[in-house]
Design a protein around this ligand. Sequence first.
Ligand code: PH4
Ligand code: ZN
Length: 308
Amino acid sequence: MPLVSGKLLLEKANEMGFAVGAFNFNNMEFLKAILDGAQEEEAPVIVQTTESAIRYAGIDYLAGMVHAVKDSYRIPFALHLDHGRKVSTVLEAIRHGYTSVMIDLSDRPYEENLNTTRRVVSICAPLNIAVEAELGRLVGIEDNVESDEELLVDPQQAKEFALRTGIDSLAPAIGTAHGAFKFRGEAKLDYDRLRKVKELTNMPLVLHGASGVYYEYVAEINRYGGEVAGAKGVPDEELRRAIELGINKVNTDTDLRLAFLATLRRLISEERRNIDPRKFLKPAMEEVKEVVKRRIRLYGSSGMASLF
Ligand code: PH4
Ligand code: ZN
């Protein structure tokens, strides 16, 4: 199937009240696990790369793999630039056939974020490429900042920003953070704020830093020599509630990394005579696929490929 615009996926998810899984990849193993998992769930999906993924693998490899395999899948999916911080990266993504981009200037002054985002929309809209932007800041316990109210999205500002920029989706900061250490104590998402943003914008909303940081993978990593004790993510029931309140795209990277690494650490430790990397990578890839499927079911997007 040809790649579809991120607009189409998120508009439908907003209309029907589910979320599309957006999963990060940096290599073939993750890309294949994501697409195979989504296809087995018959779910629409978004595969996404950050600027650091592009620095790691090169955009020719990342986009090239997607374009090479897209016709092997029946599900509708989009290729998205995650956390694009420069307009030049957005332009590079467009040249490489991305169908959705994020311009993330959430750490810059509001007016700068607004003006640059509006410029990106003026480039992308005629090409039917979706634009996502972020308001508020995502900080975790590793950032040494208490998750202060001021860092969260202001709902009135979100409404103004959406109207003045013409974006297709908004990532509002509601208390989540990237990585494996999101919360001190219990997970705390600001649902009232999320409800207000949805009421005022009625647009597709995106949750970053949404990984569950599942205990079984953390424990396995620690058992086989890793040191990620105290890792904490967004519990499944909290995520379900956020989706009920209007989240339509859920970003997951950390959960895939944990599943992959837990499997690699165990196998490398157990199979000491093996020197064929494929014997480690294949089971790790399968484990990533299982997490993708688990997440897709949680989002309510299983079977939704037939809507497109
Ligand atoms: N992302 C993924 C960001 C990955 O620079 P990088 O490639 O390491 O960045 O946008 C998320 O929102 C993932 O959230 P998670 O950490 O909870 O999975
Ligand atoms: Zn993110």
